[in-house]
Design a binder for this molecule. Structure first.
Ligand code: BTN
Length: 217
């Protein structure tokens, strides 16, 4: 795997997308800080020194299960490293003690996906509402790069037929009422379907949601 390491960059995701467009394969872009870190839905992503910010390329598979699978891989590695329970908020936010500690963005370029992962590892404080950091809740880790390489390996080892079962095991807010962005109202979070959709109850009816996200307010 080709490694592109930076002290500071606009966005590892944008750099990785350029590499992909130029036909590069099997690379990772890692930066100690990002000036223009991007989240999903055009949001900004705070990326100070100390956190883990990286993007890499993968072969494209089924999109919804793909992003859920990346979340499962990240969750497993973080649980092993920090020895604590990590939850997944559908579709792919990383949750620690009911607050967001990391996020994933997957963008399709040609026949590949550029996966961008941001984790608030050794970060004192994040301004974002409902967000937290591992160092403030648990403690400092020695080596961000080591965590990154473990995550990339795990992403490449994901067993397609285990994704949903593993996602269910770590699913956040099960049984709770939360706001769902794509329907613009609150719903009770019930489960995730075998195809990766979010199953919710709205006014006594069961519905499957395939886009949007759960918002915690
Ligand atoms: C989200 O939860 O909205 C997704 C956040 C993804 C952030 C990561 S940090 C590394 C990579 N570079 C970016 O600009 N964004 C992703």
């Amino acid at each position: 795997m080709k490694k592109y390491y930076f002290d500071e960059i606009d966005s590892t995701q944008d750099y990785a997308k350029e590499l992909c467009n130029k036909g590069q394969n099997n690379f990772v872009v890692f930066a100690k800080s990002q000036i223009l870190g991007r989240g999903r839905s055009g949001r900004r992503w705070e990326s100070p020194n100390g956190g883990l910010w990286f993007s890499f390329d993968m072969e494209f598979k089924d999109k919804k299960l793909f992003t859920l699978g990346i979340g499962v891989a990240v969750c497993e590695v973080l649980e092993e490293i920090y020895k604590t329970e990590i939850k997944l908020k559908w579709p792919n936010d990383i949750i620690l003690n009911k607050k967001k500690v990391g996020g994933i963005i997957c963008e399709k370029i040609k026949n590949k996906v550029v996966v961008g992962i941001g984790i608030n590892t050794n970060v004192d404080f994040i301004k974002e509402k409902n967000a937290t950091t591992f160092s403030s809740e648990i403690g400092i880790i020695k080596d961000n790069e080591d965590v990154m390489l473990k995550i990339i390996n795990r992403c490449n080892e994901i067993e397609e037929n285990k994704i949903i079962e593993k996602f269910r095991r770590n699913m956040a807010y099960k049984g709770e009422n939360r706001f769902i962005s794509s329907i613009g109202k609150e719903a009770k979070i019930l489960d995730v379907s075998d195809t990766g959709r979010l199953i919710v109850e709205i006014d006594g009816e069961i519905n499957e949601i395939f886009s949007g996200e759960i918002i915690c307010i």
